[in-house]
Write a protein of this length. Structure first.
Ligand SMILES: Nc1nc2c(ncn2[C@@H]2O[C@H](COP(=O)(O)OP(=O)(O)OP(=O)(O)O)[C@@H](O)[C@H]2O)c(=O)[nH]1
Ligand SMILES: [Mg+2]
Length: 333
């Protein structure tokens, strides 16, 4: 039983059990502070581009939340995914792959990661175990070393990696970060229960941070824009991968089918031509692919009205980045 606090006459006991004898004073009631049995906290997924952070998030949640592609630098801002099971709530924070901060969009991506780390109760460093040890930026490595026991290393793509490759990364993790490694596969789901258990024990005892049935915090508009961008990455991976941004301009939920108008921004007129294609063939294909994904998200038929617009050098323009929803910080380099 918890401690008792004298409180005003309108406060009722939280539980029916009586306080110890002699504890009732005139006009005083008590509040029992029950021991919190649940655990909850933020879990940052960080790592180099293409390590499989977003795939891991989706697999953990059992649903597609963060877009995935073969092209590195797919994720551009933090995506939250809430996983509540039993007495634990893991609030995953998917972050952009760690890149050298070149232009402003990269700075914004680095800023998302820099923000996620101190806020996190547990950190999962996702490593593509089929490659060699990850070449992390020095400031990230330092931040991980400082967090020591809060860090778990996920040796991802264990379905492809050899034992030797995984041993090498695990030894590096132990020596450089002081963290233990767990072999996982976002593709097959192998090792994810072990990883989940390791994360859970690192979370503080806490009431749930979000309602137990909530999975995402970002708006449907955000996810629709992301699914369109994923379709662009799939269809034009070679021509326009990093020049594309998508913004949903209109979302009429009350109409049947749901009407969604979105702008696809590219940086050059030649890219616009590629996205549209001869006689609009390419954009029709893009529209069909994106609509399929969006309909699965919203659970009903949609009309996708896509507009391709040229916005020169948007990745380098702070005002345009802000308008497209990217957080900018001049302090991150
Ligand atoms: N074989 C295999 N492929 C995987 C696994 N996890 C991810 N992939 C693939 O790796 C590629 C990158 O996955 P993402 O989840 O987009 O990687 P990311 O770390 O989020 O990448 P950025 O957002 O660019 O930083 C995709 O083609 C995935 O299908 C895995 O466990 N096994
Ligand atoms: Mg990603």
């Amino acid at each position: 039983m918890g401690e008792y606090v004298a409180a005003g006459p309108f406060v009722k006991p939280l539980r029916g059990s009586l306080p110890p004898r002699g504890f009732f004073f005139a006009h005083k009631f008590y509040v029992a502070h029950e021991t919190v049995e649940t655990r909850a906290g933020y879990v940052a997924l960080i790592g180099l581009p293409n390590a499989g952070k977003s795939s891991l998030l989706n697999r953990m949640l059992g649903q597609k939340l963060s877009i995935v592609s073969r092209t590195a630098q797919t994720t551009r801002e933090r995506v939250l995914g809430i996983d509540t099971r039993g007495s634990a709530q893991l609030v995953f924070v998917d972050t952009p792959g760690l890149v050298e901060a070149g232009h402003l969009l990269h700075q914004s991506m680095r800023h998302s990661v820099a923000q996620a780390l101190p806020d996190a109760d547990a950190i999962v460093l996702v490593v593509d175990a089929t490659g060699s040890v990850p070449a992390l930026p020095p400031d990230t490595l330092e931040a991980l070393q400082a967090r020591g026991k809060d860090v778990v290393i996920a040796l991802n793509k264990s379905d492809l990696a050899t034992g030797d490759e995984m041993d090498e990364v695990a030894a590096w993790g132990c020596e450089m970060v002081g963290a233990e490694s767990i072999a996982v596969s976002a593709r097959t789901g192998a090792g994810l229960n072990t990883l989940r258990a390791e994360i859970e024990v690192r979370l503080p005892r806490s009431p749930f941070l979000y309602p137990a049935d909530e999975v995402a915090t970002q708006s449907v508009r955000f996810f629709v824009a992301e699914l369109i961008r994923e379709s662009v990455l799939e269809l034009y991976a070679r021509e326009v991968p990093h020049s594309v941004a998508v913004k949903v301009d209109e979302f009429r939920e009350a109409s049947t089918p749901i009407y969604i108008r979105a702008s696809i921004f590219v940086e050059r007129a030649s890219q616009k031509q590629i996205v549209i294609g001869t006689a609009g063939v390419a954009i029709k294909r893009l529209g069909a692919r994106a609509r399929h994904k969006v309909e699965a998200l919203v659970g009903g038929p949609c009309y996708l009205d896509l507009w391709v617009k040229v916005l020169p050098k948007w990745r380098k323009d702070p005002e345009l980045l802000r308008r497209m929803g990217y957080v900018t910080s001049p302090t991150v380099d």
